[in-house]
Design a protein around this ligand. Sequence first.
Ligand SMILES: Cc1ncc(COP(=O)(O)O)c(C=O)c1O
Length: 323
Amino acid sequence: MQNLTGIPLGSCPTPLQELPRLSQQLGGNRRLWLKRDDLLGIGFGGNKIRKFSWLLADARRQKADLILTGGGRLSNQPLAAAACCAAAGLPLRLVLPLNAGPQEEALIRAFGAELIRVPDSSGIPAALTAARKQALAEGHHPYVIRPGAPEPVGILGYVDCAKEIAVQVRQLGLQPGHILCAGGTGGTYAGLVLGSHLVLPEWKVIAAAAGRRFAHPETLCRKALQAAAIAGYEMLLKPEDFEIHFAGGPGASRPSRKGSEALQQLAASEGILLDPLFTGKALAVLFRLNDAGYFAAGEDIILIHTGGTVSLLNSCLSRKQEE
Ligand SMILES: Cc1ncc(COP(=O)(O)O)c(C=O)c1O
């Protein structure tokens, strides 16, 4: 697997944008920066685009002629997968539960994806297995991406992101501080830790876990090392290099009160929207750490905007209960 490189998807580098009014609210002369991966420019943008850049490169390397994946109703993956496969010219069969509405279905179909409907999200893994079997019987070479895209090769998308940040911090004159991202499967975070070891060794990368549980540092370290081996990086990473802070609240699939308040604070002070399930919670963790005196005075802090427009729209439409 040596010398695999991601295929270009979207507009990179994404901006590293200073948030002057929110920085002032943090106090201590700290400067807060937002890495705008929501602006990746394919579909609705977001972290999945960077993951798919490598996953689809891997699919092409394996001579796949059909991508199979799936995701829950209004989750970010189905639309990102459909948009990325369209941009890469790879056909996609997508497993989607029946509770995904006609608008979502229409958007996915607009990207040219074929849909396989299942009664609910719990049926996605079995449907993917069946879809793979059927694709093989039809003479295809399918490539399966699991919901959440946790495959180690996808992690390399966030090594790319770290490389962009390394150039931008030099250009903008940032002092080494902290980089914070939201965590679900942990792939984005593992990629950033790996990337920071390569190109941002003086920066500390921390995760804000959106759910009640999160991968252990040992698991994240093992996955990051698997990804490093795929790209041909020889490196030493230790579980102690991973630092996880839990967002608290009702779990990954529901908005939290603190996350929604953080979302509103950023929107009101900078005119930028986060999402309520991941990035809003990550900003809430950043506020909590700041209040607890975690960051040094004068520090530069970078928050990764990993997207989530689909869940933002979903929460606006359904006004789910917050805890
Ligand atoms: C908007 C957003 N941010 C962050 C994450 C977490 O990414 P990862 O699963 O790589 O930890 C997700 C996962 O779905 C997401 O949708």
